[in-house]
Design a protein around this ligand. Sequence first.
Ligand SMILES: Cc1ncc(COP(=O)(O)O)c(C=O)c1O
Length: 393
Amino acid sequence: MSAQARDQIRSLATSRIRELANAAMGREGVLPFWFGESDQPTPRFIAEAAIEGIEQGRTFYAHNMGIRPLREAIAGYLQDLHDKPFEADRIAVTSAGVSALMVAMQAILDPGDRVLAVTPVWPNLFEIPRILNAEVVEVPLEPKNGRWSLDLDRLFQALTPDTRLLLINSPNNPTGWTLDEASRDAILERCRRLGIWVMADDVYERLPFAANRLSAPSFLAAAEPEDRVFGVNSFSKAWRMTGWRLGWMSMPKGLEEDVGKLMEFNTSCAPHFIQQAAVVAIAEGEPEVARLRGELRDARDRLCGALSALPGVETVLPDGGMYAFFRVEGARDSVAICRRLIEEAGLGLAPGAAFGAGGEGWIRWCFAARPDKLEDGIGRLTRWAETNARQSA
Ligand SMILES: Cc1ncc(COP(=O)(O)O)c(C=O)c1O
């Protein structure tokens, strides 16, 4: 008998982004914008704090839930950001956002549970419940009057009393859709009434594009400590720390002990010296976060302006995050079109099909890139779109 994983795992889709990127990596002349990360390294002062941690010998196992100074720093940070008291006991430091999602879902999902996901969305959000044998139902975002929008009536119809969990990511990867306060309050109220858990993926919360906003609306600003709300967050995006693998979750009161057990059985703990660097990232990182937000706003304006001027290209302006989501007239198969862009334009983008049913036909472009790289990419797409338009004329 051949060795194989259980059926549920064998039926998981491999990442369509990885599939394309792996096939094209190492190929000469392909300009990559497929992954969701800044092309700039982590700020130096954060790296130095980690080096100092290693030199101080912070290389041993740490507390399951994270070192106390970091849990306190995160609680204080959330308190300031959302103007709401926050206790350090409700924070678990995880090995990045993806591990927070896994542990939180392990804590509350039984096989067969109904999970609602607002999509398109980063695939890990809906693949993790599938790993846990839950049933995932998608509620699609739709482009409306030049913005992505969530139809609340449609969402509320799908939020049946037997739904266990709502997955919602705002600002959204890949569309940039950002939840407004009134919709957030209505969703929270509905979930509260029906006893449905909310998994708020706030990984891009520091990257809204509205003028003068330091963070996007978050469920954490409206939820009470007893509400069934998980807030998932990460150092990856706002502090340019993707490779460090550090994040956190906030959880309702009363879950600490059980989440602590799961932390032990997942990763046991996040590395101590990296947590020590994260304390410094929070304490001193605000100017860097603001700088990134400004750079991303400029990049969004430049890229989306260029995309909307191209023949046969439709784009919807993102309100936050680091991605433009667009489609090319007549191109329904996003994997096929991304393959063509690699071959014909030397441009590495991510297929919308990776992000759930509603993403098919669309293409994601991560614009957290240096201006000269972005210009090069825009030039490549422009030449490709013009040739394409001429050929189909
Ligand atoms: C919506 C969303 N959530 C969570 C993550 C997880 O990020 P990390 O595991 O690097 O913290 C990502 C990464 O791309 C994301 O896009």
